[in-house]
Design a protein around this ligand. Structure first.
Ligand SMILES: Cc1ncc(COP(=O)(O)O)c(C=O)c1O
Length: 438
């Protein structure tokens, strides 16, 4: 059967029963959609009541090769038969080295690199924080308002996206100063690009480093090449390069959080490649294992801890995760899926712009590759939060899975392998959903 195909408005009876049990036993701090998945393949998802959906979420930018990708499946199955886990931080095995070699080769920069494997995005950020402090006399950090870097106490200190993520959790790691990000649609300085001459970047040096946080106190500057959870905010040309210059000239480590933007999502293997910037540290997770939990930091080899036991974990570089990562990276490279994302992203953006002409509720369409979003607005550019939530609900009822981001945006992150017809059909459902709430 072809997606979308809705037999019964979700959540159907089987879904409702599972949601009730979930409500009883799972912590009530997660879950945003009443979709109960039974099976998924490629960009198509079947729920427990037999409805078929098109997936514009990829498990939040994780299953970039589509659900149950055959190459990854084969690699993980082969590894499952050999061994599953062997404390890769204490012992040696080839698949872990192969994953590190691939990451070192594929990440930007020709310099020698090293890898530390983690289990999630937030753990990659923690590793980057510790690596920066290990290397630098300064122990503080710069990060951006609206950033999302994770929820453990170090990463949470860098995160400044939504109130609910921080409320009642203080004190988190001290020593983080946040500066406004390059959010052109709602410029924090009410300026316009390019006449602004990238004031949002240069002010960091002029006003922050020159007064508030002397560079000597700083270990690193953390940034997302495109802010993800914060609303898919794409900085204007030149901004990332200026951030790199500021970090270099003030001897601050530059950490790119590519947890959401990496692994082919934006039309390049890593989003920083669009700007030509070479960070000292790149933090990864999400798409790296196509759904098996694995993360990593890839860093300039000169920053290596060099002392055994200084930083470690149990599951980092787990054999199954590494097998999935190697297969994922090789498949993207071999099939040029990042390039496919660039082409599909352009077509998607064009279609979204056509919709903007029809629905005044669409304030801004932005993104690159298959990391696109729409910001919904009301009168006077007021964030249209309720309407955004309704678009997500309407789309689900019509067979399209969406996720919100930012205050009033909806994001589109289908698998890079999504068939052209499914992408077109999904955009059709999206248009109907905009119509329904307009
Ligand atoms: C940019 C970024 N960094 C870090 C994280 C945290 O990753 P995780 O949820 O795997 O801890 C996320 C998660 O959405 C993210 O988007």
């Amino acid at each position: 059967m072809k997606a979308p195909h809705i037999k019964i408005t979700p959540p159907g009876p089987k879904a409702r029963e599972i949601i009730q049990r979930d409500d009883r036993f799972l912590a009530t701090s997660t879950k945003t959609s009443p979709l109960v998945v039974r099976k998924a393949k490629g960009a198509v998802v079947e729920d427990v009541d037999g409805n078929l959906y098109i997936d514009f979420t990829s498990g939040v930018s994780v299953t970039n090769l589509g659900h149950v990708n055959e190459d990854v499946l084969e690699a993980v199955e082969a590894q499952l038969k050999d061994f599953w886990h062997f404390a890769g931080t204490d012992f040696y095995y080839d698949i872990q080295v192969e994953a590190a070699e691939l990451l070192a080769r594929l990440t930007p920069g020709d310099h020698a690199k090293k890898v530390f494997f983690t289990n999630s995005g937030t753990e990659s950020i923690e590793a980057a924080i510790k690596l920066a402090r290990w290397n630098k006399e300064g122990k503080q950090f710069l990060a951006f308002l609206n950033a999302f870097h994770g929820r453990t106490m170090g990463a949470l200190a860098l995160t400044a996206s939504k109130k609910v993520q921080r409320e009642r959790f203080a004190p988190w790691m001290p020593g983080v100063t946040h500066v406004p990000y390059a959010y052109c649609y709602r410029c924090p300085y009410q300026l316009t690009y390019p006449e602004c001459s990238l004031w949002c970047a240069t002010t960091i040096e002029k006003n922050y480093l020159n007064g508030l946080v002397p560079p000597k106190e700083l270990a690193a500057l953390f940034f997302e090449p495109i802010q993800g959870e914060g609303g898919y905010i794409l900085p204007p040309p030149g901004w990332t390069k200026e951030i790199e210059r500021i970090a270099r000239e003030n001897d601050i480590l530059l950490v790119a959080d590519e947890v959401q933007t990496g692994i082919g999502r934006t039309g390049a293997m890593f989003a920083v490649e669009h700007s030509g910037v070479v960070p000292d540290v790149i933090a990864l997770a999400k798409g790296l294992g196509s759904g098996l939990p694995i993360g990593a930091i890839v860093f300039d080899a000169r920053l290596d801890f060099g002392v055994k036991g200084a930083h470690s974990n149990t599951f980092g570089g787990n054999a199954l995760g590494c097998a999935a990562a190697v297969a994922t990276l090789k498949t993207i490279e071999r099939e040029g899926l990042h390039k496919r994302a660039a082409v599909l992203g352009e077509a998607m953006h064009k279609r979204l712009e056509e919709m903007r002409g029809k629905f005044p509720i669409i304030g801004d369409n932005r993104g690159i590759g298959l990391m696109q979003a729409t910001e919904l607005v009301g009168e006077g550019m007021e964030p249209a939060v309720k309407q955004r939530n309704r678009v997500v609900e309407e789309a689900l009822k019509k067979g399209l899975i969406l996720l919100p981001c930012g205050q009033s945006s909806v994001r589109y992150i289908p698998p890079l392998t999504i068939e052209d017809e499914l992408l077109t059909a999904g955009l059709g459902v999206l248009e109907e959903s905009f119509k329904a709430v307009s």
